[in-house]
Design a protein around this ligand. Structure first.
Ligand SMILES: [Fe+2]
Ligand SMILES: [Fe+2]
Length: 486
């Protein structure tokens, strides 16, 4: 038996009668495992205790032995890697847009120039002049995309020139890649000169993230991913959210769940903390609290209940009281004063990046997820992980300008995914999801709000009440359902 498993066994089996049945259950579980484990670990003891408890009596509301909790003795290791707060200041002038898109083009070109297969890139003009054998390879931005039966027509440009590129369906892989392209995205093309002024696409390369091994924490601590609490809404799931706080405090849960709670060091809140006011037409009828200050006062009360030894990171969403255009600065103290006063928080803009125990997190509320889902065939808001995977492949969080997501034309494009994250968190969609892409763990942290009348009218079905918990040592994601019993 491993030493920490033994410690848990002694704690849980304090009274003798319990110890015997617990040991028996541990042996039974270990014996039934395939393949048989070499040693008995903490997880097996906790699983056995959980099974005994659910078989015998309801969950007792005490922590493991009532002693100090694991994460209390672990020092926080939180670094802010990127935050747009304090760097934003566009007036929305025409010149700003020009500079913004130039910066995007430059940043994205950097990805292609760093890759072996796309390093030697020419220009759009090379493609049009015919080059060698009429072939050319270049980086370009997609100005327009039209899909016709059997072909896709892309209008692309770079700093100097514009061209029309045809993608036929003879090569199904190429055609599928083209279908997933959205406007204003930067891509790499290999083309052949066609008849008249057209270019014919032979290869399309997405910016992509490289396949790699993510960084992990040496210690087994956990991050809890929350978003879209929408405090102030009539359908804020207060009971379920109170259970989350009770669980974080070590008051609720079976032995396994309490052991996880004991190891939680970070709580990440990914926007839409409150429901806000005037976010969509007739929102008043969905609000229980009509006053934005009162909404943040209530939010402060909940945030203040998160145990002192945990670190809280907060970014805004489209319902929070900050500018709507992306990127958003941190929520100001003028509105959210009570949240800042409630406890120590690290309040950042949207998007932001932090390193927690060496694990690199990209936090983005997700305002553009619906835009991407509606532009790329085959995506569905009920499967948020696929949409987020698309963003990683595009290396951009909100490529399309002029859809529902407002984008501020800043001097630098902060929506480019400059650094490859180990964990990518979003919310906004109100459906929990988790998965992985090329070594990056993708999590959508769902919501703590039931279906609003507005969502009913729009035909949107949320799936709230499921809390994803990330083990920073393994990057495994465990969903905890807090809806049951409400
Ligand atoms: Fe939301
Ligand atoms: Fe949102």
């Amino acid at each position: 038996m491993e030493s920490d498993a033994f410690r848990v066994l002694v704690e849980l089996g304090k009274d003798d009668k319990k110890l015997v049945s617990l040991v028996e259950e541990v042996l039974r579980l270990a014996g039934a495992m395939d393949p048989r484990p070499f040693s008995i670990g903490r997880e097996i003891v906790l699983k056995a205790a959980t099974q005994l408890e659910t078989a015998e009596k309801p969950v007792v509301a005490t922590g493991l032995g009532g002693g100090r909790r694991f994460a209390e003795d672990v020092e926080a290791r939180l670094e802010v890697v990127a935050d747009p707060t304090g760097k934003l200041g566009t007036t929305g002038a025409f010149d700003d847009f020009l500079k913004y898109f130039r910066n995007r083009f430059e940043k994205m070109s950097g990805f292609f120039r760093a890759r072996m297969d796309t390093r030697s890139a020419g220009t759009v003009a090379d493609g049009k002049s015919g080059g060698q054998n009429g072939r050319a390879r270049f980086i370009c931005m997609v100005v327009e995309k039209r899909e016709k039966p059997g072909r896709i027509i892309l209008t692309v440009d770079d700093y100097e020139d514009e061209a029309v590129v045809l993608v036929g369906d003879q090569n199904p892989t190429l055609f599928q890649t083209a279908r997933r392209i959205v406007r204003d995205q930067v891509i790499f093309l290999a083309t052949k000169k066609g008849p008249r002024e057209f270019l014919i696409a032979e290869e399309i390369v997405m910016p992509e993230i490289p396949e790699r091994k993510p960084s992990r924490s040496p210690e087994e601590v956990y991050a809890v991913l929350i978003s879209d609490t929408h405090i102030g809404s009539k359908v804020f799931l207060e009971d379920a959210f109170r259970r989350v706080l009770g669980w974080l405090k070590g008051e609720v849960g079976d032995p396994y769940q309490r052991d996880v709670a004991d190891r939680v060091k970070y709580v990440l809140i990914c926007g839409d903390l409150v429901d806000g006011i005037g976010v969509y037409p007739r929102q008043e009828s969905d609000l229980a609290v009509q006053d934005i200050y009162e909404q943040y006062r209530l939010a402060g009360k909940y945030v203040g209940e998160i145990p002192e030894h945990m670190e809280v990171v907060l970014i805004p969403g489209n319902h929070d009281a900050v500018r709507q255009a992306l990127p958003q600065p941190a929520i100001s103290k003028d509105f959210a004063g009570p949240v800042y006063d409630a406890r120590r928080i690290v309040s950042l803009g949207d998007p932001a990046e932090v390193r927690l125990h060496g694990v690199h997190f990209l936090l983005y509320h997700g305002t553009s997820l619906m835009d991407i889902a509606s532009s790329v065939p085959g995506l569905d808001y009920q499967r948020p992980v696929e949409i987020m995977e698309c963003q990683l492949r595009m290396r951009h969080l909100a490529p399309e300008y002029g859809k529902l997501t407002p984008i501020g034309p800043e001097a630098e494009d902060y929506l480019v995914v400059d650094r490859v994250p180990d964990v990518f968190q979003s919310g906004h969609i109100h459906v929990t999801g988790w998965g992985a892409y090329r070594g990056t763990t993708i999590v959508n942290s769902g919501a703590w709000q039931g279906q609003t009348d507005y969502q009913k009218r729009m035909g949107l079905e949320p799936a709230p009440g499921v809390l994803p918990v990330v083990n920073l040592k393994t990057l495994e994601v465990r969903p905890f359902n807090f809806l049951a019993g409400s």
